[in-house]
Design a protein around this ligand. Structure first.
Ligand SMILES: Cc1cc2nc3c(=O)[nH]c(=O)nc-3n(C[C@H](O)[C@H](O)[C@H](O)COP(=O)(O)O)c2cc1C
Length: 173
């Protein structure tokens, strides 16, 4: 438990995961523990009954204890044009308050910052947390949803940002 299989190096795992394209999100929080936010691609749906998602947050991130302390978070799904914002929230050394100085922010139910231009936003209360390796798997119940006009989705793939082409591909069979 907790130890890497020597046959699979961290670098090999990361190189493989770079081929797993993922939506880019800003996960925010606000409350008694403070206001914070990080860029996260490790976000996924758990179940729609009841509406629940998960976010994997590195426990060494300065945002980790703030999210857990507030027990609330908002997943802001990014679109094309949000690349600079993704980097503002995606690298260490930028103070929490500095991350929110651009763009328009609002709130929905929990008070966690909601990006007005987000493709979609899921306002959530944290219901469970599990430590796995370096990260916390944070399970969150969705208590509010906002949606903007559908634009191009921002995808992180091959270690860079891509806009998802607005072209649906139908399976042949
Ligand atoms: C595209 C992208 C995706 C990221 N995905 C995650 C993630 O899923 N979970 C995570 O903990 N950090 C992720 N990060 C890193 C955090 O955003 C980064 O460590 C954090 O903003 C650093 O700030 P802090 O450590 O001061 O909180 C990602 C960064 C980028 C650029």
């Amino acid at each position: 438990m907790g130890e890497a299989d020597p046959a699979v190096s961290i670098d090999a795992f990361r190189a493989g995961m770079s081929r797993l394209g993922a939506a880019v999100n800003i996960v925010t929080t606000d409350g008694p523990a403070g206001k914070h936010g990080i860029t996260a691609s490790a976000v996924c749906s758990v179940t729609d009954t009841p509406p629940t998602l998960l976010v994997c947050v590195n426990r060494s991130s300065s945002a980790h204890d703030v999210i857990v302390g507030n027990g609330a978070l908002c997943v802001n799904v990014l679109g094309q044009g949000h690349e600079d914002l993704a980097m503002r929230f995606g690298k260490p050394g930028i103070a929490p308050e500095e991350r929110f100085t651009t763009d328009a922010w609002t709130t929905l139910v929990t008070g966690a910052p909601l990006l007005a231009s987000a493709t979609a936003a899921f306002d959530c209360r944290v219901i469970e947390r599990h430590s796995v390796g370096t990260h916390s798997v944070v399970i969150a119940r969705v208590v509010g949803i906002a949606k903007a006009d559908l634009g191009q989705s921002l995808i992180y793939f091959d270690r860079s940002f891509h806009a998802l082409p607005p072209r649906a591909i139908a399976p042949s069979a």
